[in-house]
Design a protein around this ligand. Structure first.
Ligand code: ADP
Ligand code: MG
Length: 392
């Protein structure tokens, strides 16, 4: 297996989806859409605390083609990067029989969007093709949700504003797969812009495109290719611990909290875990705002320092890293040409994002390959566009 992950491009995926659609459903699709994956540069585990996040959209995309079928049934085929095919059929929701989550589990990501699409949808057929790595912290889940939503816009002619679209897709993920995610993934997947990161204020839901004029630098992403299946409750637990800290401080979220508030929490005898989570969130919010500022000033040295601080905090205070992520960050730490590195995404596996000198990329890959115990894959992340309809 090559350790180089390269995007196939939306035209290639579109062609594959269209051919499979014709073979499966006997006619041509009438609409097509795509939505990217994303990598978060900094601001981890703070979107659900109404903090700031700084993601970029990736060149990896989920493409979906479809047509209304007037049968009241939704028939969906998903072709994964490995070539494996998944299939699901369910009845389109009606006033008397709304959709409910069920099996197969993956179809909940589609059903949730169908259930939340404004004005409802009658039956449709669709084929999904993706090259977004699935379950690697690059947000294949928001990618499939926003791609389906955009397809439904194309099929029905009904559209909503971009922030509203992101919120409806987030609601879909909450209600159907049952994942209480923050707004970051759906937001950047909806609103990404080429050559820009997006500083999102998860409280006001306003955002600012930050130009990424990296010059001789590049964003190198290393996928550890591990995903630890813990109990599945880690994410909701972290969320609940952060909310407990906010409740104890009489705040709606930790966004309004300051370092001084940590002392108040200590005095209330709250658990060591809650205190650590709160410290991470408060400091990570400061770090993310600062990266937004210094990125514009092209102070990449400082961006890198903040990356390392973020990683150490996620590992020691939020406790969402794992030995593989820590190992990759440690291999990169101090290596020639590396400004900073950190885990990215929800944690317990997935990817490390690093700011590095372009001409050191190959050496750094070799370094990771020779020391890292697993089988990593790499890509250099080019900030790309958000979701859109595609011409057939
Ligand atoms: P991430 O979003 O980081 O990739 P998640 O655990 O949030 O990881 O989402 C991964 C899940 O989303 C998969 O297990 C699968 O159920 C679903 N999923 C994502 N993309 C697809 C796809 N193209 N086809 C089918 N299911 C998908
Ligand atoms: Mg996800």
């Amino acid at each position: 297996m090559s350790n180089e992950l390269s995007a196939k491009g939306e035209r290639v995926l579109l062609q594959q989806a269209r051919e499979r659609f014709v073979a499966a459903f006997g006619s041509a699709p009438t609409a097509a859409a795509c939505a990217p994956g994303r990598v978060n540069l900094i601001g981890e585990h703070i979107d659900y605390c109404e903090g700031f996040v700084l993601p970029v959209a990736l060149p990896f995309v989920t493409v979906v083609v479809g047509a209304l079928n007037n049968t009241g049934e939704c028939n969906v085929i998903s072709i994964l990067g490995s070539g494996e095919e998944l299939k699901a059929s369910f009845l389109a929701p009606t006033a008397s029989s709304p959709l409910k989550p069920g099996t197969p589990a993956w179809a909940n990501y589609v059903k949730g969007v169908v259930a939340n699409f404004p004005g409802g949808v009658s039956g449709f057929d669709a084929v999904i093709v993706t090259d977004v790595p699935i379950g690697s912290g690059l947000s294949s889940s928001a990618s499939i949700e926003v791609a389906i939503f955009t397809l439904l816009e194309g099929l029905t002619g009904k559209t909503v504003g971009l922030v509203e679209k992101a919120k409806l897709c987030q609601k879909a993920e909450h209600e159907f797969p049952g994942m209480p995610c923050g707004i970051m993934d759906q937001y950047i997947v909806t609103m990404g812009k080429k050559d820009h990161a997006l500083l999102i204020d998860c409280r006001s839901l306003e955002s600012q495109h930050i130009p990424m004029e990296l010059g001789d630098l590049a964003v190198l992403v290393t996928n550890t290719n591990v995903k630890h299946q813990l109990t599945g409750s880690e994410y909701p637990t972290r969320r609940a611990q952060c909310q407990e800290a906010a409740d104890r401080l009489g705040l709606p979220s930790l966004r309004g909290a300051t370092i001084a508030d940590l002392e108040k929490l200590k005095q209330q005898n709250c658990s060591e875990d809650v205190l650590k989570r709160a410290k991470h969130v408060i400091e990570e919010i400061y770090r993310t705002e600062e990266v937004g500022r210094v990125m514009k000033e092209k102070n990449f040295q400082r961006v890198g320092e903040l990356f390392y601080q973020s990683h150490d905090s996620l590992s020691q205070l939020m406790e969402v890293s794992c030995p593989e992520l820590d190992q990759v960050v440690d291999i990169l730490r101090g290596a020639p040409g590396v400004y900073g590195a950190r885990m990215t995404g929800g944690g317990f596996g997935g990817c490390v994002v690093a700011l590095v000198e372009k001409n050191e990329v190959e050496n750094l890959k070799k370094r990771v390959l020779s020391s890292y115990k697993g089988t990593p894959t790499f890509f250099v992340s080019q900030p790309s566009e958000g979701a859109k309809l595609l011409k057939l």
